[in-house]
Design a binder for this molecule. Structure first.
Ligand SMILES: NC(=O)C1=CN([C@@H]2O[C@H](COP(=O)(O)OP(=O)(O)OC[C@H]3O[C@@H](n4cnc5c(N)ncnc54)[C@H](O)[C@@H]3O)[C@@H](O)[C@H]2O)C=CC1
Ligand SMILES: O=C(CO)COP(=O)(O)O
Length: 330
């Protein structure tokens, strides 16, 4: 059975850097591609990433490069590029048959594609996997205990990759349900914005619990309609990540929602930011995909409209509360 030791990381944001540090912490050589020259320079010279993961001390065995071609000899790649930019970066990857493990959480505009769909179209033969769960980057980089879902259609690949990524404090659970893991991550980002809005607007903890619960119902409806397994959605990549990011302002999506809830416009909150809140990109995409399939996702729809500046918090809340009463299971 193949064993994967030579990891490359595609993307030098907070999560790519934290995963690189996880693998390099004991001195293993790890190579990371970053788009920003200042990130490459700071990782190589100071063993830090002040732009995206300030405060984390990185292993000297982690080397950064600005040249994607330098990842051509790696025997597995973790791809950690925000979904809106993913297709363009994948198109530049050097030729290789190394597995691609997708760690981004979102859905592409217009194509309605998840990372695995984008990759299949570009690399029909390459082995693919998804890594997703409740994983704040700063905690993983600090070596705090974390569990995550690792999904691949081929169970042998999932197990080999899980073995290669596992550390005493980092525990992958294997699955064959890639679409379930992708949908869990994409939809929870949108719901984290909703919970941030509730917090920022001072609507209380009952409202937050209702949103988590009814949001999970939306995630499940959307997921099951697209072939996800209920077990995955109720696991780390779905409910687990939903609980994490709906209850902490350490989540960029939750923090964006807090700003909206306090009355700041989405345009002002999004202007000049270098970090991503993927839910802001994904909300209109998931809302449109759900509409096209006749799937009811009122919270997702409300977040999409709030992010687009098409409605106000009070009106969105009123619209959600005045929906017809219905059985809980629907
Ligand atoms: N930060 C976290 O704790 C976690 C993040 N994720 C997911 O990982 C993905 C990456 O997020 P982070 O590493 O947190 O990003 P980040 O917010 O720390 O950094 C932004 C990233 O976007 C990249 N970027 C910006 N413009 C670009 C362009 N035009 N082309 C290519 N890349 C561009 C930057 O180079 C940088 O890597 C997202 O999908 C996020 O949802 C998943 C788990 C945990
Ligand atoms: O996905 C994450 C943790 O699992 C990070 O969430 P944010 O992107 O909202 O910060």
């Amino acid at each position: 059975m193949t064993s994967y030791e030579n990891f490359g990381i595609v993307g030098g944001g907070a999560w790519g850097t934290a995963l690189a540090q996880l693998l390099a912490a004991e001195g293993a050589p790890v190579r990371l591609w970053a788009r920003e020259a200042e990130v490459v320079a700071a990782i190589n010279a100071e063993h830090r990433n002040p732009l995206f993961l300030p405060g984390a001390a990185l292993s000297p065995s982690l080397a950064a490069t600005a040249d994607l071609a330098e990842l051509g000899d790696r025997n597995a790649l973790l791809v950690v590029v925000p979904v809106p930019y993913l297709r363009a970066v994948l198109a530049e990857l050097p030729a290789s048959d190394a597995p691609l493990i997708f760690c981004s959480k979102g859905m592409e505009a217009e194509s309605f594609a998840f990372p695995i769909d984008i990759a299949r179209a570009i690399f029909p033969q390459r082995p693919l996997a998804v890594l997703s769960g409740p994983t704040f980057a700063n905690e993983v980089a600090a070596g705090l205990p974390t569990a995550i879902t690792l999904a691949a259609a081929d169970p042998a690949l999932a197990e080999a990759l899980a073995r290669a990524l596992a550390r005493p404090h980092f525990r992958p659970y294997v699955s064959t349900d890639m679409i379930g893991a992708e949908i869990g991550g994409a939809v929870k980002n949108i719901l984290a914005i909703a919970c941030g809005i509730v917090d920022g607007a001072g609507l209380g903890l009952n409202a937050r619990a209702a949103l988590i619960s009814r949001g999970f119902a939306e995630m499940t409806r959307f997921g099951l309609a697209r072939g996800a397994e209920a077990e995955t959605l109720a696991g780390l990549a779905g409910l687990g990540d939903l609980v994490l990011t709906c209850t902490s302002s350490n989540s960029r999506n939750f923090a964006l929602g807090q700003g909206l809830g306090r009355g700041t416009s989405a345009a002002a909150l999004m202007a000049d930011r270098r970090t991503v809140a993927e839910g802001a990109f994904s909300a209109p995409v998931v809302a449109a995909a759900a509409r096209a399939q006749g799937i009811d996702m009122p919270i997702t729809d409300a977040v999409a409209r709030l992010v687009a500046g098409e409605t106000h918090v009070a009106d969105a809340v009123q619209a959600l509360l005045s929906r017809p009463l219905r059985p809980e299971g629907r």
